[in-house]
Ligand binder design. Structure first.
Ligand SMILES: Cc1cc2nc3c(=O)[nH]c(=O)nc-3n(C[C@H](O)[C@H](O)[C@H](O)COP(=O)(O)O)c2cc1C
Length: 482
């Protein structure tokens, strides 16, 4: 399908539907561009939650759900949409390429599935209808499997109790963190808004209606919405609780789980069933692992959902189409100024590339006749901080001394030499201690080099520079530095 005005009009409709997908804190961390045969989906790292989602897991779940809405909307327009996930190994922000081809006329079922995109919404109040029919639960389970993920229904009282306890603990830990509270507060909206969580979408009184702790988007101010009737007896509710699971914690599995999430929610919405994610218990690595242990799960929990019947309506705000979609095709490398000349990456792109790396180098100033020490290290990106694990030695000594430290990482196309990139960052290095060290243990950083590497060293990304050459397509941030 070429990019004629008619085709671009269809692309616009597909993207508009995709943006109706659920996203963590309603961040909508996606961007779309058209190309001659369809649409490209990109992560928008500037909309990633640095505190809640340092590794971008929930960003990928959200973008996976948006991709699923795009596929469903395309089908209802008579288009066959075949997504290719992570099409460009050199660019981790390029999440999917969605080829759109003219297909068979849509069936009634295709239209019903697409209609559910506009009906679906997150319901944070009580679920006071009857429990969901067993046939629907089984169908939801199969829908998740069809998309490369799993749904585990929690019916055993011990499982539900374990979830309740772990969810409350995880929520307490988050509420005790000022950085978490500040981030949540930054996404709470008093008035209808294009993104974020509107106060009107919160339950009148979060204490009522559920023994499963809801996320407190008021960041501890606890102010119930006007009209909350204090002292009313709790509503007896009948939600069904399920856990969305993935094979592992790779970006591919997160995208697949996101697609499955979108497919499950759309199928449920067709029957007037809405969901309430209970994200606190899966936000951080440690509670997620405890949940997996407590429930005896072999796969990785990604999101817990309460589901139930509700007649409530709700439409959280969405950004304008023009803010998330560029109808212009991404320039091919050959047509870029300078051809295969290297070009600069902006900060957001540098962070996205860093997030995809595992091995880098610390550069310590020269001691012997100007020769710098370049030390290979395993690393992870925690928000906007490079984290290393090390033992007693020069890196730890530098961290204890403080001051600037430089870190570099890169990747090249080993086979075709078609692309390569390099990112160099610097910041005031320090050793993480106390609760920060405890939290970083949860990142599961396991250095290749052996020995007792019990210390975490942190390099905040205060300055970043990066270059890239070649590649099948550029990230929107390469072309559109904001
Ligand atoms: C990965 C992910 C995690 C989420 N976590 C929560 C959560 O913990 N609590 C909550 O109330 N909603 C959660 N949501 C729902 C979003 O807040 C919601 O999708 C967004 O505000 C847009 O509203 P809508 O779903 O009604 O369109 C989550 C959604 C996603 C995709």
């Amino acid at each position: 399908m070429s990019s004629t005005p008619e085709h671009l009009a269809l692309h616009g409709q597909v993207v508009a539907a995709a943006t109706r997908a659920p996203s963590v804190h309603n961040t909508q961390p996606w961007r779309f561009t058209s190309y001659d045969e369809g649409l490209d989906l990109w992560a928008d790292p500037q909309r990633q939650l640095a505190v809640l989602d340092p590794d971008g897991r929930q960003l990928h779940l959200s973008c996976g759900a948006a991709l699923q809405c795009a596929v469903v909307a395309a089908r209802a327009l008579g288009l066959d949409a075949q997504p290719r996930l992570l099409p460009d190994p050199s660019d981790p922000t390029h999440l999917a390429r969605l080829r759109l081809a003219t297909g068979a006329p849509p069936t009634e079922q295709d239209v019903a599935a697409a209609t559910a995109i506009t009906l679906r919404h997150t319901h944070r109040g009580a679920f006071d209808g009857p429990p969901l029919p067993a046939a629907l639960l089984e169908e939801l389970r199969l829908v998740a499997e069809d998309h490369g993920a799993w749904l585990r229904l929690l019916q055993d009282q011990d499982d539900l109790l374990a979830l309740e306890v772990l969810l409350s603990r995880a929520d307490d830990a988050e509420q005790a963190d000022p950085a978490y509270r500040a981030e949540v507060a930054g996404w709470l909206r008093e008035e209808p808004s294009a993104d974020g969580i509107a106060r009107a979408a919160l339950p009148e009184d979060p204490e009522r209606g559920s023994s499963l702790r809801l996320r407190d988007f008021t960041a501890g101010t606890g102010a119930p919405r006007e009209g909350a009737a204090a002292g009313d007896p709790p509503i007896a509710e009948h939600p069904d609780v399920m856990v969305l699971l993935s094979r592992d914690d790779s970006t591919l599995s997160w995208l697949l789980a996101g697609r499955a999430l979108g497919a499950v929610l759309l199928r449920a919405a067709q029957d007037g069933v809405m969901a309430q994610p209970l994200g606190q218990v899966t936000d951080a690595t440690v509670p997620r692992e405890r949940l997996a242990d407590a429930l005896g799960l072999l796969a990785v929990p990604q999101l817990v959902l309460r589901l139930g019947h509700t007649s409530s309506a709700g439409q959280a705000g969405r950004r304008e189409l023009a803010d998330v979609w560029s109808p212009a095709a991404a320039p091919e490398p050959a047509s870029r100024p300078g051809g295969s000349e290297p070009y600069e990456l902006d900060r957001a792109a540098c962070l996205a590339y860093l997030r995809s790396g595992r091995l880098g180098r610390v550069v310590l100033p020269g001691q012997t006749r100007g020769l710098a020490s370049v030390l290979p290290v395993d690393f992870v990106l925690d928000g906007e901080r490079v984290v290393l694990r090390t033992g007693e030695g020069t890196i730890l000594a530098a961290a204890r001394e403080g001051g600037w430290l430089t870190f570099q990482t890169d990747a090249v196309d080993d086979t075709g030499r078609a692309w390569g990139w390099s990112v160099t960052v610097a910041g005031h290095v320090y050793e993480a201690t106390g609760s920060e060290h405890e939290r970083l243990l949860g990142l599961g950083l396991n250095p290749t080099a052996g020995g007792a590497r019990t210390h975490h060293v942190v390099i905040p990304v205060e300055v970043a520079q990066g270059r890239r050459v070649g590649g099948p397509a550029a990230s929107p941030h390469d072309r559109d530095p904001r």
